[in-house]
Design a protein. Structure first.
Length: 416
């Protein structure tokens, strides 16, 4: 097993070569990485099978779904890399320029961070997304995945390194930490001078650990307690379709809805229809409900405690709350949201305006599913994570968010 410190140091050593790579060289590397993924799909699937077999009975079925790969998902990973190759290169982009009265020309220029560390859990596809975005944005990356998906990630990284070599870029530009213990995560958090930016992608425990222990700069990609508010003016058919998609299409991801807030004037009509839709015995999976006192008088389900509204279920569970108006809906969201994604289903322009103005989350939707909070869906190719903080980056983090900037000031002998 390679020592974590040595992997980080090698990434730092080669980061300058990634930074200096021209756009066409980076694109060549990305296309070769994508091709290598598909060419090595059999090896990757064999590795993934080891991970899935070991995880059965240890993690939930919906988390197994996050872990599992097939030919279709590997192709999607490769296509995601190709989409990144097609995107404009953010490195060296002049963000602004102005000339001072003394003749100095001040240019604000986009530049890479250097080495980006990513700590993430059992989602192998994050491995290729992170690597592609890092390389295109001029950064080396150091990946640290949870033990449940290590074999899958190792096979993916080995394939992508073949692509880097094809373009004569250093293989260490994409590195995987081989120690999956908590110790390696802590080393990344404290790798001052080597890790220029750390991005944790995972649950509340990981995020809190980074908050408490990291000495390197971090961008926190928080948990997703996402809300959908059904206003009294909502089109019920539209609302049912949206909630079904937001909750049931893939409940194990951070942009899935966990809470449905319903206006009291529409609750008697809407909730029974929602219950019937999401508990249809013909469905592959049915949804269970956690209800407040008001909604429990309309449909059957479990009793929701105050704390249930602070849980990211990542499962076929939905908490229900009935409110008097849009203001009360916003108040509930402000108390329980993780500032990820919230949606209002309404035909009332005033209610929509109030909701979008006062909900303080990274993505706020009107008459649409929260499941669109995703780098690919936002046209970013793929994403490094969903930032729920406000400094530097917010929402899906694509290429632009993986660059910082510096000022280049050009003069002709000026002195102060």
């Amino acid at each position: 097993m390679k020592k974590t410190e040595n992997i980080i140091k090698k990434a730092k050593l080669v980061s300058g070569r990634i930074l200096r790579a021209k756009t066409n060289q980076k694109n060549k590397a990305l296309l070769a990485m994508a091709d290598a993924l598909q060419a090595n799909s059999k090896r990757i699937l064999n590795a993934n099978r080891i991970d899935v077999d070991a995880a059965k009975g240890v993690i939930s079925d919906v988390m197994i779904d996050r872990l599992m790969l097939d030919e279709k998902r590997i192709k999607a990973m490769a296509d995601g890399i190709r989409q990144v190759a097609d995107l404009p290169d953010p490195v060296g982009r002049i963000l602004s320029t102005h000339t001072l009265p003394n003749g100095l020309v001040v240019e604000k220029t986009s530049v890479p961070f250097g080495v980006i560390g990513i700590i993430y859990e059992s989602r192998p596809n994050v491995t290729s997304d992170a690597a592609a975005l890092a390389i295109k944005s001029g950064n080396a990356c150091v990946l640290r995945i949870g033990k449940e998906a290590f074999n899958s990630a190792f096979a993916i990284v080995e394939a992508m390194r073949e692509g880097l070599k094809t373009a004569r870029l250093p293989a260490e530009g994409v590195s995987l930490i081989e120690d999956t213990s908590r110790n390696s995560a802590e080393i990344l958090m404290k790798a001052d001078g080597y890790i220029d930016l750390l991005i944790p992608r995972g649950g509340k425990q990981l995020i809190n650990s980074c908050k408490q222990n990291a000495t390197v700069p971090c961008i926190l990609t928080g948990t997703g307690i996402c809300h959908i508010y059904i206003d009294k003016s909502a089109d019920i058919d539209k609302a049912l379709k949206i909630v079904e998609n937001a909750k049931m299409s893939r409940p194990s991801v951070c942009n899935a809805a966990e809470v449905c807030i319903v206006h009291k004037d529409i609750a008697q009509d809407f909730l029974p229809k929602l219950k019937k839709l999401l508990t249809d015995p013909e469905r592959e999976h049915i949804c269970s409900f956690l209800l407040d006192d008001a909604s429990s008088k309309i449909i059957d389900g479990g009793q929701a405690s105050y704390y249930d509204y602070d849980v990211e279920f990542l499962d076929y569970k939905l908490a229900i709350r009935i409110v008097n108006d849009v203001k009360e809906a916003v108040e509930h969201i402000s108390l329980h949201s993780t500032n990820h994604s919230e949606s209002i289903i309404s035909e009332d322009k005033k209610a929509i305006k109030y909701f979008t103005t006062n909900v303080d989350s990274s993505a706020v939707y009107v008459n649409a599913s929260t499941r669109f909070t995703d780098g690919g869906e936002f046209g970013l190719g793929c994403e490094m994570g969903i930032s729920t903080q406000k400094l530097h980056a917010r929402g899906p983090m694509g290429l632009e968010e993986l660059n910082t900037y510096k000022y280049i000031v050009t003069g002709n002998g000026q002195i102060r």
